[in-house]
Design a protein around this ligand. Structure first.
Ligand SMILES: CC(C)(COP(=O)(O)OP(=O)(O)OC[C@H]1O[C@@H](n2cnc3c(N)ncnc32)[C@H](O)[C@@H]1OP(=O)(O)O)[C@@H](O)C(=O)NCCC(=O)NCCS
Length: 159
């Protein structure tokens, strides 16, 4: 499987949104446990317009992963190194797509002089981030009715 990762463009928004929604629905059972209210709160802002806003946001950085031209992953980070989203399509999970998205975000952030990446991890993704150099930072916080674990990774400048 050949994964390509590149900066997201505006016309990636609809397909990326589908990846995000399917990933939440099918991969994040440890977080939502099938609770309809939690899912509704989590999914209600996951619209193509929301993703378009992330792609268009000035100074922010978003990346899309494709396999054979099909969108299979999306990640986004703010100019200060806050990773806002990182989602992989259920059909290609555990095959290196998340790692490739994270590497692209990390490379961009390091070149931009960002000192550290931060995020609030789902339960589902915690081991993934630990294996990719992140460490927990402080107690869990609640968002969308699910527990997010603050995590941080120190970067080396690649200016
Ligand atoms: C978390 C997620 C982005 C990881 O992407 P992925 O493509 O499945 O993961 P990769 O194949 O790139 O995995 C990279 C490494 O993390 C490990 N890993 C990934 N998910 C893991 C899990 N749930 N448990 C244990 N290890 C995991 C892999 O074994 C691999 O380790 P290695 O490099 O040491 O061999 C993806 O599974 C996903 O979209 N999950 C659901 C949505 C989600 O929770 N997103 C995060 C929001 S904060």
């Amino acid at each position: 499987m050949k994964v390509q990762v590149q900066p997201a463009a505006e016309d990636d928004a609809a397909d990326a949104c589908n990846v995000i929604r399917n990933s939440i629905l099918e991969c994040c059972d440890d977080d939502h446990r099938g609770d309809a209210k939690v899912l509704e709160a989590w999914l209600c802002n996951k619209t193509p317009d929301f993703v378009l806003g992330l792609i268009r946001a000035p100074n922010a950085f978003s990346v899309v992963a494709t396999v054979d031209g099909k969108t299979v992953g999306f990640g986004a980070a703010s100019a200060t190194g806050e990773i806002t989203l990182c989602y992989v399509a259920p059909s290609v999970r555990f095959r290196g797509v998340g790692k490739a998205l994270l590497a692209a975000i990390e490379d961009h952030a390091a070149r931009a002089g960002v000192e550290a990446l931060r995020l609030e991890s789902t339960r589902t993704a915690r081991t993934f981030y630990l294996r990719n150099g992140f460490a927990s930072e402080g107690p869990p916080v609640l968002s969308f009715g699910i527990e997010g674990q603050p995590m941080r990774k120190q970067l080396r400048s690649r200016g």
